[in-house]
Ligand binder design. Structure first.
Ligand code: GPK
Length: 829
């Protein structure tokens, strides 16, 4: 789309093919040229950051060449494109990803060596791009990498937040949030695209041109414009087969400086418009599954949706196609409801701007859009007050009313006529003030709606989307999540990867189903010895990090029991720490009973406004300081909370894990993706029958995973029956002892009420059924310890975990989206 509209540009196929790098010397000189000529630095005094930047710029040249070429091919072939709209992309670092996919890691180590720079230090100088909160954002990043690897022409659209997810420090056990200034030193991967900038309106009024039912042309006169400024980051696929781009929008005022005000001495007033406009892309909302409910958040959603749609339509028209063909050329995926307003925006653009008839506009819209749901938690289902929408997006509100009228009429025609059904199906929720249900808008405006695991998709059909599902029984489909093996195996665990290549051949790098070949080797002592060595080395590396950061010495031969993910009550870090307390008490009571030495490792951030989650972090840290200083248990039990969990830290922790904690209340974790990363790297899972855990069990074998606890169906029954946690506590002396210790201040000397909100919640309501599952969990942990003692059996199970994880590649997931939802194939060369 960067060349003339019709056909391939004249002359050679874009001036792309940079001279191939034939030697370490070539590559060394290319990096050095960037250091000197692009950055103006001296080789003798260059810092690690300088070298990182020079290297990234040299790599970017090569990736950009691929991206232009891929784009050109796509356009000439008239190939359909995918647009992935997501308010979050939790990318992490890009350096090693890029080197891996270009197969330039070895070359780069050598080239940097000749330049006197250290590869590991240069690698660590890159800040994480943390433009996401957790699983949803990381999924988007894995999907971008897989789409490029499968040569599916895809553009990711999101916001270029100036401040991504906060940096977490733990001070005296308490989470402190600090801004993460990832752009402070510039971002060498991105390229400004001023010719793609566009202006986005807010507020104002609507001029009625036709009838007043909203279905004919109107003119919206916004009161305010914000400029969307385009930045592209190229994303290269495996073996450099194809490259896509991630286009992130930042916001600024259309007229950033009022010179008259400035000259009159009003320096703040002169830039006030710009400050206000820029706030739209200032921060990532630090909420994981609870909506922030702020006007700014709605502004962010509309801002990036509108800029992206503008860009999609511009490209389509520039390539010479008629708008009626948009569904053949563009598949637009909504990553959760955050970009759902794009559905109303598409209708507005088609009807008001391009004069398309209403019904035809609706056919085009539904043909393009599809929507992924990531949670059924009621507090996380987005709704916006009608009054706010009317003020901020008056034309969109009219369009939504009209779409809703059509939708409810169609439902009535299909027999869904009762008041209660109509109320439940409506895009407007009338039960708590009038609010727009973004999930309903997304469902109605999409040709496919998908869940992210088999269980979650079933629950969508049965619960939150039941009535809509009855109306459109073919719309909901399942695509179980996946992870990119390039990052989560090849890059995070080069030792294991080397071993797999030795044993299974190079094919394992291209085809994850080859992993199944390990099954026949599960009992092989040679393989086992090498696996053990590799895990031990990863555990030593993690132990060193823990030693440096926390001053805690770990025994790499202990069982590393790992629970890392966002802090949320439904993820039940509390269940884990309660069991740790009870284990500590049991060890103290009988220190010589032959305990398996264990290290309990936690990491994760809590939303700043989520008091109970913050308190759980404090409890974990307070429990850690007591247990880690107890001489009686010190060789047998350690508790570690690693601060500032992010993608880069996950890459170190996961390959060092023996046991993976996936213990959410059944029915509440839509899928989970951390569960996949651990099992792929050979950790055994202790988990509930929730989300993708169920499918992991099916693929690794029920004997090789520790399942415990209530099922989703049993949880639903418990909740209906109004059970009382006191019964579970009374029935379990171990649980009662742990809660009692916390309640009497064992871990908060001098302040025995510190954890009262936790103790009260457990004793009175226990909404996440921690007490109900405690004994079953503790029993599963004893099975873990028993298997750990049987070294052969443990490692057999570990091999069978890695062997079974092929289906959880995001290449498989993207392949399913492409086939079932997007109707697109990879680009042939
Ligand atoms: C779901 F609704 C949300 C959200 O706001 N943020 C988020 O990370 C997660 N998610 C689910 O909680 C996970 O179970 C799931 O694997 C992940 O999205 C990706 O689908």
């Amino acid at each position: 789309s960067d060349l003339p509209a019709s056909g391939r540009a004249p002359g050679p196929a874009v001036p792309l093919a940079l001279a191939p790098i034939r030697s370490v010397a070539d590559w060394r000189d290319a990096i050095l040229a960037k250091l000197v000529y692009a950055l103006g630095r001296d080789q003798r005094t260059a810092s690690d950051r300088d070298w990182f930047e020079a290297l990234a710029l040299a790599l970017r040249d090569r990736v950009v060449a691929h991206a232009l070429d891929s784009d050109d091919l796509t356009r000439v072939a008239g190939h359909k494109r995918v647009y992935y709209l997501s308010l979050e992309f939790l990318v992490g670092r890009l350096l090693v990803d890029t080197l891996t996919n270009l197969d330039m890691t070895g070359l780069t180590r050598a080239a940097l060596g000749e330049l006197g720079a250290d590869f590991e230090r240069v690698r660590a100088a890159e800040p994480d791009a943390a433009l996401g909160n957790g699983g949803l954002g990381r999924l988007a990043a894995c999907f971008m990498e897989s789409a490029a690897s499968l040569a599916i022409p895809t553009c990711g659209y999101g916001i270029r937040y100036e401040n991504g997810l906060f940096r977490q420090e733990i001070r005296n056990g308490v989470q402190v949030e600090l801004p993460e200034d990832w752009l402070a030193a510039g971002n060498p991967w991105e390229i400004r695209r001023p010719e793609r900038d566009c202006d986005i309106g807010f507020g104002g009024h609507v001029e009625q041109v036709g009838d007043d039912d909203g279905a004919t042309r109107c003119v919206w006169h916004p009161a305010e414009l914000v400029r969307a400024v385009a930045h592209d980051t190229p994303v290269i696929g495996w073996r450099a087969r194809h490259a896509n781009r991630l286009r992130l929008w930042s916001a600024r005022a259309v007229a950033p400086l009022r010179l008259d005000a400035f000259n009159a001495g009003d320096y703040l007033g002169a830039v006030a418009d710009d400050v206000r406009a820029r706030s739209v892309s200032r921060v990532l909302y630090p909420s994981d599954t609870t909506p922030a409910g702020q006007e700014l958040r709605l502004r962010q959603e509309y801002f990036f949706s509108a800029a992206s749609l503008h860009d999609i339509l511009r490209r389509h028209l520039a390539e010479g196609y008629d708008l009626s063909r948009l569904p053949d050329m563009a598949a637009i995926q909504l990553n959760d409801t955050h970009p759902a307003i794009a559905i109303a925006e598409m209708m507005r653009l088609l009807v008001d701007r391009h004069g398309t008839a209403w019904n035809e506009a609706w056919r085009i819209t539904c043909g393009c859009f599809s929507y992924t749901n990531h949670t059924l938690l009621p507090e996380a289902l987005e709704t916006w007050p009608v009054a706010l929408m009317e003020r901020l997006l008056p034309r969109h509100m009219q369009i939504i009313y009209r779409l809703n009228a059509d939708h409810l009429e169609a439902a009535r025609a299909k027999g869904a006529a009762s008041d209660s059904l109509q109320a439940s199906l409506s895009m407007i929720d009338e039960t708590q003030g009038r609010r727009v249900r973004m999930g309903t808008l997304a469902f109605v405006g999409s040709h496919r709606v998908n869940g992210v695991s088999a269980l979650h998709t079933g629950l969508m059909r049965e619960t939150v989307f039941h009535d809509l599902h009855v109306l459109h029984p073919d719309r909901i489909t399942n695509v179980t999540n996946g992870i990119t093996f390039r990052r989560w195996l090849f890059e995070a665990n080069p030792r294991l990867t080397g071993l797999l290549v030795d044993v299974l051949g190079d094919a394992v790098l291209d085809d994850p189903s080859v992993l199944a070949g390990l099954r026949g080797l599960a009992g092989d002592p040679g393989l086992r010895a090498r696996l053990i060595a590799c895990r031990r080395a990863n555990k030593v590396a993690l132990s060193n990090l823990v030693g440096e950061q926390l001053g805690i010495g770990l025994d790499p031969d202990a069982l590393f029991d790992v629970h890392v993910k966002r802090l949320h009550e439904y993820k039940r870090q509390l269940l884990n720490i309660l069991e740790a307390v009870s284990l500590w008490q049991a060890i103290r009571a009988r220190p010589a009973a032959g305990w398996v030495p264990r290290v309990k490792i936690f990491a994760g951030k809590a939303a700043a406004s989520y008091a109970q989650a913050r308190l759980i972090i404090r409890l974990i840290n307070d429990v850690a300081s007591v247990i880690n200083n107890d001489p009686v248990t010190s060789d047998l039990l350690k508790v570690v909370f690693l601060p500032n969990f992010n993608v880069s830290l996950a890459e170190i922790i996961i390959p060092a894990a023996d046991l993976s904690e996936q213990i959410s209340t059944a029915g509440m974790e839509a899928s989970g993706t951390g569960n996949m990363k651990f099992a792929l790297n050979g950790a055994l899972t202790i988990g509930t029958l929730d989300g993708a855990n169920i499918e992991i069990r099916d693929h690794v074998g029920a004997d090789n995973i520790f399942i415990f606890g209530l099922t989703a169906a049993e949880v639903a029954v418990r909740r209906l029956d109004g059970w009382h946690p006191e019964c579970s506590i009374v029935a379990s002396p171990a649980l009662a002892g742990a809660i009692e210790a916390i309640g009497r201040g064992t871990f908060s000397p001098g302040e025995d009420t510190r954890f009262a909100p936790i103790v009260d919640e457990l004793r009175r309501t226990d909404r996440f059924l921690v007490t109900a599952d405690f004994d079953s969990y503790a029993e599963a942990q004893r099975r873990v310890a028993a298997l750990w003692r049987d070294r052969d059996a443990w490692w057999r199970a570990a091999v069978l975990n890695t062997a079974g994880m092929g289906p959880f590649s995001s290449d498989r997931a993207i392949g399913e989206y492409a086939e079932k939802i997007w109707h697109v194939t990879g680009l042939e060369r």
